[in-house]
Design a protein. Structure first.
Length: 336
């Protein structure tokens, strides 16, 4: 599965454990101890996602749940999976080498204890929350890629054989203005996803490093391309619309087809349907379909009748459905 690419190595796991002990000892002033637990009987798909230890902070005992795949971790999935995880104490604490700010915010809203050593800890059972101001200030100014920059990043991943890109070549390939592509190049460089150099007056952009590593690093910066979704009668939709969501995933993996077919169109495409007086259907009926309106034109990156795999992954990654998670992993194996 794709997830195996993102597993922490043994060396990185040891570094994370040592970092956890050091961080908690320094910020709490209490004795901290960590003892590895067995995960016998845990489903294989969860065994590849988590590692478990008994964690004691002073007199408080917790079950530390180490996240082995930070890029695939979401609070919604964790809440669904937590009942299946081994727990020998009253409290659980999520531990990860890195978690996006929005994920940490959601964990706090859930009341779920977590520690990202050197960055932030939230331990409500101890009445403690601490955020490293220096680390937060060191983050890039761009929290999320703009739709155009995200489209450029996915284009570069999709056509890995093209090593060098310019704003002009990207403009011709994707249909954006050269100025928009120049801004996208700057944004990808600012987020360390690309290197930019000059040759005369031309700016040359190259992806920075291995595509798998870049994909992992980019996850906190990526947003779902789906701006909104509407239900309409399928026979009123342009036959050239692309399959999206679970429908797109089902034709490329062993995932079963959804009851209602899902499509993706651009904002301009939806505006044309609106002008034509398209009727929105409030509930699922025979012959209806779901139309996703995307922040960028899905046809820019598609090579057949389905949306591109990278946008598809991002549009579905927040799901808590294990079938979809596994199908996404299988899909991405093919493209990274």
């Amino acid at each position: 599965m794709l997830s195996c690419f993102f597993l922490l190595s043994a060396a990185n796991m040891l570094t994370l454990e040592k970092g956890l002990i050091k961080y908690l000892s320094e910020v709490t002033g209490l004795d901290v101890n960590l003892t590895t637990m067995s995960a016998d009987g845990l489903p294989l798909y969860l065994e590849s996602r988590y590692s478990f230890s008994k964690l004691s902070i002073g007199r408080i005992n917790l079950t530390a749940i180490f996240v082995l795949q930070p890029t695939g971790f979401t609070p919604a999935k964790f809440r669904k999976q937590v009942s299946k995880l081994p727990q020998t104490t009253e409290f659980t604490c999520v531990v990860a080498a890195s978690l996006p700010a929005y994920v940490r915010k959601r964990l706090i809203e859930m009341g779920q204890a977590f520690v990202v050593p050197g960055v932030q800890m939230f331990l409500p059972m101890l009445g403690m929350e601490l955020r490293s101001r220096a680390r937060v200030e060191a983050l890039p100014a761009t929290d999320m890629l703009s739709p155009a920059s995200q489209a450029v990043f996915f284009y570069c991943l999709q056509y890995k054989e093209i090593k060098v890109h310019t704003p002009l070549s990207l403009s011709k390939a994707l249909g954006y203005s050269a100025m928009s592509m120049s801004r996208a190049v700057s944004e990808l460089a600012a987020t360390n996803l690309a290197d930019v150099s000059r040759e005369g007056k031309e700016r040359l952009m190259r992806l920075r490093g291995d595509p798998v590593e870049l994909w992992q690093m980019a996850q906190p910066l990526l947003r779902s391309p789906v701006a909104r979704a509407h239900r309409i009668q399928a026979d009123e939709l342009d036959q050239a619309a692309l399959l999206a969501g679970e429908s797109a995933l089902s034709v490329q993996t062993l995932l079963g087809e959804p009851i209602e077919t899902q499509y993706a169109i651009s904002k301009a495409g939806w505006q044309l349907l609106n002008k034509a007086g398209i009727e929105k259907i409030p509930v699922q009926e025979p012959g209806t379909c779901s139309v996703q309106v995307w922040t960028y034109d899905p046809k820019l990156l598609s090579t057949n009748n389905v949306v591109d795999p990278f946008s598809l992954f991002v549009s579905l990654r927040e799901t808590a459905d294990e079938r979809i998670e596994m199908a996404l992993d299988k899909l991405m194996e093919r493209y990274l």
